[in-house]
Design a protein around this ligand. Structure first.
Ligand SMILES: C[S@@+](CC[C@H](N)C(=O)[O-])C[C@H]1O[C@@H](n2cnc3c(N)ncnc32)[C@H](O)[C@@H]1O
Length: 467
């Protein structure tokens, strides 16, 4: 009897997993993400964070050497990252792209047709793919997974598989949602589900248009929603793929920040850094340079949770981890990458302009093209001496140095110890929580069901989100 109960609960959970996967695949087959025009040429330098080079540089701080390169896995690759990452990676290594959506993979394959180096594409669930790698003994030097884990039924199993298939000293870069900051989005998702509007029930493109019209009506009536939707921007509201991804997703986990940190830490990874894309964590020590920090994961977790609770931190969680406890930083054992050739590969990148985000902050905007190129070339240089960077490159302004260091443009090993100390320090004593306009109730007398109940729940949830 006991065995039968266990078996039936196992098969129930398998059913739930496969239903979630089916729905997620349907969404991204209908709307490959992020749905850039096929003929657009993305500025791939802006994807520096996704490169194995960036994570390796972070991981090698303190030990003076760059970890060896090896094959790169892109888990939940979508349609653009395979192209961006292929541009960054050494042509000698394979970029292995996994996604549930065959349309995303087809678009990604098309984009990489002319790229140097090998790309593989597999239409598969990531856990099944990692299991097949386990059987074949295939390991990866770096794993990139941006925006996938929170759409899974059981991300912990995927994370455990990733860590298992990571070569010694390998790195993982990931993005998962900062759920506490998305309460208002969750409230709208629940409203749309409550009135039966969704890409699985309706004609998908029409559903996104209807949702957009509903949102613009809500924004006209609620100052809070007007403010929030303005922040989301027309690039999302007018793009069916992004509308569906944000407001009509069939499966988005709503996990607290600590739970995400916990599954990575307990899988045997060490947190190298947090990428603070919007400069919301300026009152903390440089969150990207945690390599040598003695901060406990619980301390980091509660610092982020406190800031998410009062809205000082609204960005998503962008984290870089390294496999912990490996005595020798070695990557993919069956493939030895020739470091001279890798240097040549980086030299080619120098002919492009640096990432936009480095110079998009008030502290960095003023830097001349010459300074920007000096910082970029030092970032790409092979060999520690070539990378060293003089204070004139950041105009001798400590705040400019601090911002650049937080954005990953300058690493500790490029600086003397006095400047490294400045770059690691907090930029300010405290950050002020943002003020939000009030929410005006959307429910009206005479509302008909199911809208009437759903809108009452929405009003309550939005009022709670502002508290
Ligand atoms: C929001 S998109 C992000 C795409 C890409 N990483 C990017 O940042 O542009 C999430 C992607 O993860 C894929 N995905 C979700 N669950 C997956 C799973 N279990 N196995 C493989 N891919 C999955 C989806 O099909 C989708 O393409």
């Amino acid at each position: 009897m006991g065995d039968i109960t266990i078996e039936s609960s196992k098969s129930q959970s398998l059913n739930i997993h496969s239903r979630i996967q089916e729905n997620v695949a349907r969404l991204y087959n209908q709307f490959p993400y992020p749905n850039y025009p096929l003929l657009a040429r993305p500025r791939w330098q802006d994807g520096f964070l996704a490169s194995s080079y960036f994570s390796r540089r972070l991981a090698s701080q303190g030990c003076g050497t760059c970890h060896a390169a090896g094959d790169v896995l892109v888990a939940g690759c979508g349609e653009i990252l395979p192209y961006v990452i292929r541009k960054w990676e050494d042509p000698q290594v394979s970029v292995v792209n996994i996604d549930l959506s065959h349309r995303s993979l087809a678009r990604a394959r098309l984009r990489t047709l002319m790229s140097r180096g090998k790309s593989e594409f597999h239409e598969m669930d990531i856990v099944a793919f990692l299991d097949s790698c386990h059987t074949k003994g295939r390991k990866f030097a770096h794993i990139e997974t941006f925006g996938m884990l929170h759409h899974m039924a059981d991300p912990a199993t995927a994370v455990a598989g990733m860590v298992r298939q990571l070569a010694p000293g390998g790195t993982i870069r990931l993005m998962v949602y900062n759920s506490p900051a998305r309460q208002w989005i969750h409230a709208l998702q629940d409203y749309f589900a409550g009135i039966g509007l969704g890409i699985l029930n309706d004609a998908p493109v029409q559903a996104t248009r209807r949702a957009r019209d509903v949102l613009s009506d809500f924004a006209a009536r609620s100052p809070f929603l007007a403010d929030r939707l303005r922040a989301v921007g027309t690039s999302t509201l007018n793009n069916p793929a992004r509308m569906a991804d944000t407001f009509l997703h069939p499966h988005e986990l709503r996990w607290p920040i600590g739970r995400w940190l916990e599954i990575f830490a307990s899988a045997g990874l060490k947190l190298l850094g947090i990428f603070d894309r919007y400069g919301e964590l300026d009152d903390l020590v440089n969150p990207l340079w945690l390599e040598s920090s003695t901060l406990k994961i619980e301390t980091i977790s509660s610092a982020l949770a406190d800031r998410a609770a009062d809205r000082r931190f609204e960005g998503n969680l962008e984290l870089i981890w390294v496999q912990d406890g490996q005595e020798e930083p070695r990557a993919n054992q069956d493939k030895t990458v020739n470091n001279n050739q890798h240097g040549d590969h980086l030299k080619r990148l120098k002919f492009c302009m640096p990432p936009h985000i480095w110079f998009d902050f008030e502290e960095t905007r003023h830097l001349s093209t010459l300074c920007r190129l000096r910082i970029w070339h030092a970032f790409l240089a092979e060999g520690l001496d070539a990378r060293k960077i003089a204070a004139s490159a950041w105009g001798n302004d400590p705040r400019t140095l601090q911002r650049l260091a937080r954005l990953g443009a300058i690493f500790p090993d490029q600086l003397d110890s006095a400047h490294a100390k400045i770059a690691a320090a907090p930029m300010t004593e405290f950050m002020t929580p943002p003020d939000f306009p009030d929410h005006a109730p959307l429910a009206q007398d005479g509302d008909a069901e199911p809208h009437a109940s759903a809108i009452r729940t929405l009003d309550e949830a939005l009022n709670k989100a502002i508290e």
